[in-house]
Design a protein around this ligand. Structure first.
Ligand code: G3H
Ligand code: 13P
Ligand code: NA
Ligand code: ZN
Length: 328
């Protein structure tokens, strides 16, 4: 059944678990997530970025959502707009059947420069007002994703600003978070704690100085009833890096957010954990392996089937580790 994000995160909070939110761009990713959810009896949040909507086409995506719901009537499914950059993006997502939207007002509409706090409050508040009229949930974001190692915001994938910020402006301030939630009425709040999107998050296994799980705790103590969201939460597992590199890929050594750090964050109020990169890596590794070992193959099903199987394993592991398994 189609549900809102609010329903899922309220249940997660009551029962002390976290929901992975997996990005999708195509049928294979949707099927992998739904098979993993069915096998583990987990509720589902799937999300599409603006790039995904452009890639797959809104109409196609809207039917993928319908298909997921129809194929698995017993699994609660939420379809979420990831990183909406304007009220218009959020409203059009709703018109295509999304039951949740993120208004990311932490950046200005161009997605390149940090916005003012007033812009963020005003834009997010407006989206909440409209989305709630039709039962759709809203995620807001306060703080800038970026590296505490370098002080730099993201630049590569278009979600981050260019330039440097100090440690304090890279992290979400608990008092400002309280003000933001009361002024906007968001259902969930994405916070900045030193993670960034993509595979290159950290140059070493993260410790407290570059991954501020302590900040999650502080925000949760200040706002115990607010559902917190962690972006850039892929683990970037060593084994997936190794498979990609073994079969001709070139990924320099890198580190993500270890699953045990996510588990700690879930204990301190994180309810939605965004994951895209790990699934991209699982798919890529599987496809590279087929191409390397069976270079005669040219039927897409010969490599997309193993790709789905590897992505499904990643999803199952996260449903289980975040406590989501058995909660559908
Ligand atoms: O927000 C980041 C997600 O990984 C989506 O990335 O904008 O390349 O689709 P994308
Ligand atoms: P990763 O790049 O760590 O998978 O993060 C995805 C994300 O935050 C989508 O909004
Ligand atoms: Na999101
Ligand atoms: Zn994100």
């Amino acid at each position: 059944a189609q549900v809102s994000m609010r329903q899922l995160l309220d249940h997660a909070a009551e029962n002390g678990y976290g929901m992975p939110a997996f990005n999708i761009n195509n049928m294979e990713q949707m099927l992998a997530i739904m098979e993993a959810a069915a096998e583990t009896d987990s509720p589902v949040i799937m999300q599409a970025s603006r790039g995904a909507r452009k890639y797959a086409n809104d109409t196609v995506l809207s039917y993928l959502i319908k298909a997921a719901i129809e194929m698995y009537p017993d699994i609660p499914v939420c379809m979420h707009q990831d990183h909406g950059n304007s009220p218009a993006t959020c409203m059009s997502a709703i018109s295509f059947g999304f039951s949740s939207v993120m208004m990311d007002g932490s950046l200005s509409e161009d997605g390149k420069t940090p916005s003012t706090y007033e812009y963020n409050v005003e834009t997010t508040r407006k989206v909440v007002e409209m989305a709630h009229m039709v039962g759709v949930s809203v995620e807001g974001e306060l703080g800038c994703l970026g590296s505490l190692e370098t002080g730099e915001g993201e630049k590569e994938d278009g979600h981050g600003f260019e330039g440097k910020l100090d440690m304090e402006s890279l992290l979400t301030d608990p008092d400002q978070a309280a003000d933001f939630v009361s002024k906007t009425g968001v259902d969930a709040l994405a916070i900045a704690i030193g993670t960034s999107h993509g595979a290159y998050k950290f140059t070493r296994k993260p410790t407290g100085d570059i991954l501020a799980i302590s900040r999650v705790k502080e925000i949760h103590e200040r706002l115990p009833n607010v559902h917190l969201v962690m972006h850039g939460s892929s683990a970037v597992p060593q084994n997936l890096q190794d498979v990609i590199n073994k079969y001709g890929g070139e990924m320099p050594q890198t580190y993500g957010v270890p699953l045990e750090e996510v588990e700690t964050a879930i204990k301190h109020g994180v309810r939605k954990v965004n994951i895209d990169t790990d699934n991209r890596m699982a798919i890529t590794g599987a496809i590279r392996k087929v191409f390397a070992e069976q270079p005669g193959k040219f039927d897409p099903r010969d490599y997309l089937k193993p790709a789905m199987a590897e992505m499904k394993k990643v999803c199952i592991e996260r449903f289980e580790r975040f406590g989501c398994a058995g909660q559908a």
